[in-house]
Design a protein around this ligand. Structure first.
Ligand SMILES: Cc1cc2nc3c(=O)[nH]c(=O)nc-3n(C[C@H](O)[C@H](O)[C@H](O)COP(=O)(O)O)c2cc1C
Ligand code: SF4
Length: 383
């Protein structure tokens, strides 16, 4: 074995979840491509993207944000998981496993809440001065929880290996976790109250579908006053103790993994997606994963933002895994730039199409356009 391959060897060890095995530690993070068929269904472009990722030999592939409701959508062409669209999701999983049965495929289930577009309904977790957006009522919260349960059942029927209950990046479930959430009906206030909705979803899904891998993606620090990762509603400075308390409730509810991200893309994009020459922000992501791993050693931790390590990302991932700072290394933009990344990293690193962090894909998403990698035209080769 040559030295370069030896240095990344820790990536290629299997990870055992209860009932499922990830063959390696490389994760294709959820990346919306805003290309669903009418009504949020799975069309050929979506299937193509995940078939390519399957060929790439990732340990885990997260299917981009899949809405549990047609009513609250952040993207005009976002995916929606309902009975009507179920056959499409089955086709997606069958095609994915048909080319390679090793990678795990997990759906990222979401409610867009306040981040839904102006073409859609919007809802928020707690009272603030944005009067245009209503606060979720107690009955509304019950409906949202039921919506996640239904989507979990549909995910299992579609054949997914697991699911990520999305509570990161400012989407609805993440808003509940913030110190800013002072609701007085049991769904706000102390860490247990703020974690109540998310932990009840995780607990319920695990109870009914314990054979599946269930976890959540959170923004450990959002970079807004009173946001996740601060000590109180009027604090801006990062203090992670409160989020550790919040997460202890999610872990107690039975989460198999915590997918650690940061930031709110429309508000603090540089935190979520470190730019070129901003290694400092990437190292914050490494620290966030390490903090969660140290607090919850028995839960799988997935780190984020590895694309911004560019040509060093493979070695950085291996180092963090070997040192026990994370269990998995998650790549977003790099999986769009080159879905075959894991395979090439192992066998032909010079052949990797490296993400150059140009921001082209994020720009397309922001404009509600179909997302593809503008540098390599990946996902647009036919044009
Ligand atoms: C075009 C685009 C779409 C994204 N879609 C999602 C998504 O559906 N769900 C999610 O949790 N994060 C999403 N993200 C964030 C990525 O998963 C990832 O956290 C971010 O790009 C930083 O990681 P990276 O440096 O490896 O790209 C998206 C990012 C981009 C650029
Ligand atoms: S468009 Fe730019 S930032 Fe996005 S994946 Fe391609 S190279 Fe990376």
């Amino acid at each position: 074995m040559n030295n370069a391959r030896e240095r990344i060897e820790p990536i290629y060890s299997a990870y055992r979840f209860p009932g499922k095995v990830a063959e390696n530690r490389l994760v294709a993070q959820a990346m919306e491509i805003n290309s669903a068929a009418d009504g949020g269904g799975v069309g050929a472009e979506i299937v193509d993207r995940y078939v390519r990722l399957s060929r790439g030999d990732w340990g885990i592939v997260f299917v981009e944000a899949v809405s549990i409701t047609e009513g609250y959508l952040a993207r005009r062409k976002g995916l929606v998981l309902n009975e009507k669209n179920l056959d499409g999701f089955k086709r997606l999983v069958d095609s994915f496993k048909g080319v390679n049965d090793k990678p795990l495929i997990m759906f990222q289930l979401t409610h867009s809440g306040r981040q839904s577009g102006d073409f859609s309904k919007r809802i928020k977790a707690y009272e603030d001065d944005d009067e245009a957006v209503p606060v979720a009522t107690a009955e509304g919260i019950d409906r949202i929880r039921d919506g996640f349960f239904k989507a979990a059942e549909l995910s299992r029927r579609a054949g997914a290996d697991g699911m990520d209950i999305k509570a990161c990046h400012g989407y609805l479930l993440g808003e509940f976790l913030r110190p800013l959430n002072r609701r007085e009906d049991g769904y706000g206030g102390d860490a247990g109250g703020r974690a109540k909705l998310l932990s009840s979803i995780v607990r319920g899904v695990k109870a009914d579908f314990g054979e599946l891998v269930v976890g959540t993606r959170v923004s450990l620090y959002e970079g807004i006053r009173g946001g996740c990762g601060t000590a109180g509603p009027d604090e801006i400075i990062e203090e992670l103790g409160d989020m550790a308390d919040v997460l202890s409730h999610i872990v107690k509810a039975g989460a198999d993994f915590i997918n650690v991200s940061a930031g709110i893309p429309p508000v603090t994009p540089g935190i979520t997606r470190p730019e070129a020459n901003s290694a400092f922000n990437l190292y914050h992501h490494f620290r966030y994963a390490k903090v969660v791993k140290e607090a919850f050693p028995d839960v799988a931790v997935i780190g984020s933002a590895y694309s911004s390590g560019m040509e060093k990302s493979g070695e950085l991932a291996a180092e963090n895994i070997e040192k026990g700072y994370t269990d998995f290394a998650g790549f977003g933009r790099q999986n769009l730039a080159d879905p075959l990344y894991p395979d090439k990293l192992a066998l032909a690193p010079d052949a990797i199409d490296r993400c150059v962090l140009c921001g082209g894909c994020s720009g397309l998403l922001k404009k509600q356009k179909r997302v593809y990698c503008v540098k390599y035209r990946r996902g647009r080769e036919e044009d």
